[in-house]
Write a protein that binds this ligand. Structure first.
Ligand code: URA
Length: 189
């Protein structure tokens, strides 16, 4: 609650000592992209590459994520809000062995995520995988949730299968493409 902007939120969250996962992580991974973006992506947690670089979605899954959103004209490097992306994760630290964060760990980060969303104030949130659905909707089962508009943090939200899942199951890319087109259409409205 003491945070007044993204910078102070990052400082306060990185200094938060009550999450066990922090101890095993090399870097605090806050966000990437343009805070003016209309679309905010909420992922799960940093992996090895992200932990090394201190930036979200920079490994193989991240490269696929960039290509997916480029296909609907959005990029984390874009300056104009209409073409921009803002990217963060539920967990700012890499869990040991990339295990899924447990419900208590997710609950612990939720106030930070909520504040993060409020500061960015996006028009659309993309819930990328099960962890952000658990955090924002209190629901799991991404394969059922994906493709259906829902509400998260008081905003329209689209659950999508995680790009890491798409790398293992290329046949699911067809549905992910449909979800991307939904997002594109909603941005135009
Ligand atoms: N997977 C995620 O959910 N987030 C990242 O930052 C990298 C991989």
């Amino acid at each position: 609650a003491a945070a007044t902007d993204l910078e102070s939120l990052a400082a306060i969250q990185s200094a938060y000592e009550h999450c066990e996962i922090r101890k095993g992580a090399r870097n605090f991974v806050f966000a990437d992209g343009n805070p003016e973006a209309r679309v905010m992506i909420l992922g799960e947690a940093p992996g090895r590459d992200e932990d090394r670089e201190g930036r979200p979605f920079v490994g193989r899954a991240g490269q696929l994520l960039d290509r997916m959103f480029a296909a609907i004209g959005l990029a984390r490097t874009a300056h104009h809000a209409d073409e921009a992306l803002y990217i963060t994760n539920v967990m700012p630290w890499r869990p040991p062995q990339n295990r899924d964060p447990d419900p208590a760990e997710i609950a612990m980060m939720l106030p930070f995520v909520t504040r993060h969303v409020d500061f960015v104030n996006p028009d659309i949130i993309v819930l990328m995988g099960n962890t952000p659905c658990a955090a924002a909707l209190g629901k799991r089962g991404i394969l059922r949730l994906r493709g259906n508009w829902t509400e998260a943090f008081g905003r329209p939200a689209m659950p999508m299968t995680h790009p890491a899942y798409l790398l293992r199951n290329p046949a699911a890319k067809r549905e992910a493409w449909a979800d991307l087109l939904e997002i594109k259409a909603r941005l135009k409205r």
